[in-house]
Ligand binder design. Structure first.
Ligand code: UDP
Ligand code: MG
Length: 319
């Protein structure tokens, strides 16, 4: 008998959890030869998520709950699920039912048929998402694929199935700032796509406002590409050549008397602004990478657990 854990990060999801549990449990019960568990990670929710989860866990011992000490973010929540998963297989899925849990048996089936370690889900259709979100997502994946050595499949979120090999490889990664879909792509093994239609959120609103989305994209870029540093070199070279050509122009103008830039203040101001801009930009890029180093060197934990329920090492097993 194989075991499978569904890993679900939850932040202020009181409106969807019951429905999510009902549909996911149904899907897990329909699995053949597989014992299904659900690991909910309550990422410091401020609403009733905690109490709803505790209630479900008290009725169903196959529901495990991890409460964080505060909101650490979606990626640390999924990481905690992976770190605490003892099953042979895991499926990472959002709580908002945008990714239908009914697909879990098909994912398992694909994993078995293809003997794949990772089955990543690719969205054919994305309902209920703004044109802005779709456009920025498209631009982001295009840019990332150009900048990074790792393949970032378009229209692919964290919704995926991973087997024990992939879970162990992922759990062995030491970096603290985890961009999960990139890392799972990076670890290798056999990875196959699974196409599906993404629904609109069942209830509640997105927990990824623009600011969080931007931070997420920035993390992916800084952790998976060093090309922005090359950009500094290119910009520096361009500025250097402009400087030389300009100097030549001024010198020839002085010799043959065809320009008055030598007395002009506007040319001076433009040059100061141009070179100042180039320098600040390149220092800014450098600074971002140093910031990442700073965070990694501090080596703080990715998340802090307040309480674990229905785990072997739980202080409290609700029954
Ligand atoms: N989430 C989380 N912590 C956060 C933000 C989001 O655990 O700080 C969870 C959220 O509860 C959901 C998943 O991450 O299960 C994806 O969030 P959401 O559906 O709001 O993102 P979107 O689909 O709009 O990109
Ligand atoms: Mg969502």
């Amino acid at each position: 008998m194989q075991t499978l854990s569904v890993i679900v990060p939850c932040y202020n999801e009181e409106a969807v959890i019951q429905e999510f549990y009902k549909r996911t449990k149904q899907a897990l019960l329909s699995l053949k030869d597989t014992d299904g568990y659900i690991i909910f990670i309550n990422d410091g929710s401020k609403d009733n998520t905690k109490y709803i989860l505790n209630h479900i866990a008290s009725q169903d011992e196959k529901v495990q709950v991890i409460h964080f000490s505060r909101n650490f973010g979606h990626q640390p929540a999924v990481t905690a699920g992976m770190n605490n998963c003892k099953s042979d297989l895991a499926v990472i899925i959002d709580a908002d039912l945008q990714d239908p849990p009914e697909l879990i048996p098909e994912l398992v089936e694909t994993h078995r048929r293809e003997e794949a370690s990772v089955v990543f889900c690719v969205r054919k259709k994305r309902d209920g998402e703004t044109a802005f979100k779709k456009l920025t997502a498209k631009l982001f994946y295009k840019t990332m694929n150009n900048l990074s050595e790792v393949e970032f499949p378009q229209d692919t979120g964290d919704f995926r199935l991973v087997d024990r090999k992939a879970i162990d490889a992922f759990n062995g990664l030491k970096e603290k700032g985890k961009y999960i879909r990139g890392l799972i792509s990076w670890i290798g093994f056999k990875q196959v796509p699974f196409y599906y239609n993404r629904d609109a959120r069942f209830a509640g609103e997105t927990k990824y406002p623009f600011k969080k989305m931007f931070a997420f994209a920035k993390k992916a870029l800084l952790y998976f590409s060093k090309k922005p540093l090359i950009l500094s070199i290119s910009l520096g070279s361009v500025a250097f050549f402009i400087g030389i050509i300009y100097a030549l122009w001024v010198w020839l103008g002085y010799l043959f008397d065809f320009t008055d830039v030598i007395t002009g203040w506007s040319s001076t101001v433009i040059l100061i602004i141009f070179f100042g801009g180039v320098q600040l930009l390149t220092i800014g890029v450098l600074g971002q990478y140093i910031g990442v180093l700073f965070d990694e060197v501090k080596s703080r934990p990715e998340y802090i657990i307040d309480e674990k329920i229905n785990f072997e090492d739980s202080e409290k097993i609700i029954d």
